[in-house]
Design a protein around this ligand. Structure first.
Ligand SMILES: [Zn+2]
Length: 99
């Protein structure tokens, strides 16, 4: 038997209602939030959404804050400042030329 909702995915529950465009956008969000993500701590694909903006790794039990529907968002404050799970690099100390 073929997969019944190959095209519409989680938005199949709405049938033909609300318009194609809206349902397509919803599908993106719904699949993004139910997917498993790579854990920034143990690098295993076991991060799941617990609630809005709350993500938890089922392997190392790390709980961290992220986007509402995906753990890492492109427009986040964290990315701009270089902090957070994706970019944990220490900046080299400056002013060493005075030594
Ligand atoms: Zn983990």
């Amino acid at each position: 038997m073929g997969k019944r909702t190959k095209k519409v995915g989680p938005t199949g529950k709405y049938g033909p209602r609300y318009g194609v465009k809206v349902r397509k956008r919803l599908k993106e969000v719904e699949t993004a939030k139910s997917r498993k993500y790579i854990c920034p701590n143990c690098n295993h694909q076991s991060v799941k959404r617990v609630g809005t903006g709350i993500w938890k790794c089922r392997r190392c039990n790390l709980v961290f804050a992220g986007g509402a529907y995906r753990p890492f968002v492109s427009t986040s404050y964290r990315k701009e400042t270089g902090r957070g799970p994706q970019t944990i690099e220490e900046e080299p100390a400056e002013g060493e030329e005075n030594v």
